[in-house]
Design a protein around this ligand. Structure first.
Ligand SMILES: [Zn+2]
Length: 129
């Protein structure tokens, strides 16, 4: 039995109170140039999903509460949920760093962007006394 918590409305429940929506963060190919999508790219987008052993990122819908879709990071070996986050958010940085294989490649650009956004220490920062 999986115990799940909706990050939108906070409802907690068993997996029957939620709807599993498969892999999270599926990228649609070339939305800016749909005419030039190859058959293989379209096939991969529609049908190919990853099923790793270990840390995985999934979509779930809150059937008993708000009805919204959200993301969850779950270990497929222990079945433990590591984090829940809203559908338009990325997983916590520490989970993106722990990701391996497909997920490590998927989150690499996001981690680079996160590093770039880190605030730089101010030279003349005043120290509180
Ligand atoms: Zn909810």
């Amino acid at each position: 039995m999986l115990l799940i918590r909706c990050p939108v409305c906070g409802v907690k429940g068993e997996e029957g109170d939620f709807h599993a929506g498969g892999q999270a963060h599926v990228r649609r190919p070339a939305t800016s140039d749909p005419v030039n999508i190859t058959d293989e790219q379209h096939r991969d987008y529609l049908f190919l999903r990853h099923n790793p052993k270990g840390l995985h990122f999934e979509r779930w819908r809150c059937d008993r509460g708000c009805g919204k879709w959200f993301h969850a990071a779950r270990d497929t070996v222990t079945l433990d949920f590591k984090a829940y986050y809203k559908i338009d958010e990325l997983p916590p940085v520490e989970l993106m760093r722990q990701a391996t294989g497909y997920w490590a490649e998927h989150f690499a650009p996001h981690l680079k962007a996160t590093k770039a956004k880190k605030p730089v220490a101010k030279r003349n920062a005043r120290v509180r006394s």
